[in-house]
Design a protein around this ligand. Sequence first.
Ligand SMILES: *Cc1c(COP(=O)(O)O)cnc(C)c1O
Length: 387
Amino acid sequence: MTQYKIPMSSPDLTDADRQAVIEVINTPNLSMGKWTPAFEKTFCDLTGAKHAISVNSGTAGLHLCVRAAGIGAGDLVITTPFSFVASSNALLFENAIPVFVDIDPKTGNINPELVADAARNIEKFLPRKGADKSGKLKAILPVDVFGQPADMDAINAVAKEHGLKVIEDSCEALGATYKGKQAGTLGDFGVFAFYPNKQITTGEGGVIITSDDQSAHFMRALRNQGRAPGDTWLQHTHLGYNYRIDEMSAAMGASQMTRLDEILTKRNQVAAWYEARLSEIPGVETPYIESFTTRMSWFVYVIRFDKRINRDEMAKKLDARGIPVRPYFLPIHLQPYMVERFGYKEGDFPVTEDLGQRGLAIPFSGIMTEDQVDYVSNIIREEVVKA
Ligand SMILES: *Cc1c(COP(=O)(O)O)cnc(C)c1O
């Protein structure tokens, strides 16, 4: 195995974050204690959302939003194939159908014109098999890809016209802003995630935000084995899940949330160092930031090679030189279980496939030094010049 000189990603933790966890494990309250609501409050403070509901993964958060939006078997939801699989899987858990539309070639975010076309003429956008034409269109599920918000005004306009719910998958975009508004607040529901490669981490964890009281109460019940307010430990009003976050994770997350601005600023600096070095290399494209992205919340740093450079060969060469890299994203519609169920074929979403073939995430975190960025950038330059 290659010895990597620089990790693909790193959490940005301080002694205060570690101390917060130690304090919890010195008490008997390891779940459902004071840290869960304290962690949630930091999200209400950041976003202005009325409710924040913490869960034990971003995927769990998306699943609860799907339930709260009343999306069920056979229902149709317009979403993007250029994402981490969880955004579509949350629909499949309820046997709802992700109806894919292609993306904007610059940002990789869902193309709002295609969202509008699909809402008007959903039959034309259904997969070859596995979806019933009588399915009802219920929602739009955009993803804030790589930390940049989707064009939410345009998406919300379509939702309003057709009476659809909007679930914003902001799992990659904590703290980003769109026209000055926080990512996650732009639809009916927003979801954040805290796996260790995200902007803040709780090990595993997620948070849902919403300003809808009824949905919030329902999601709190579902998170806690379906116990509604007033239920005892062994009474379950709803079919629920154990999607609770534990107190160690919540305390660690609350501690990091006090430094969110600093964490995002450091990540922005690392991205700027890369941009300065990589944008001048012919054959390498650096990320495109829309004018409506008023704050980017850098999640991963994904470069694109032009068509004459074979991305997979380049990935092997960089790996062999001790630079870990990862193709980002492998399109969802071409994952084996999606092909089997819906009959997707290569060529179905050409922009998604093109970005999927040319994009490569390179080492990125807020604790990278300028020397490390130099080191990675120089090796990329050398290998691209040779290619
Ligand atoms: C990280 C991520 C999620 C949630 O991931 P978990 O590992 O379940 O926390 C969901 N959607 C996207 C787009 C993500 O990047």
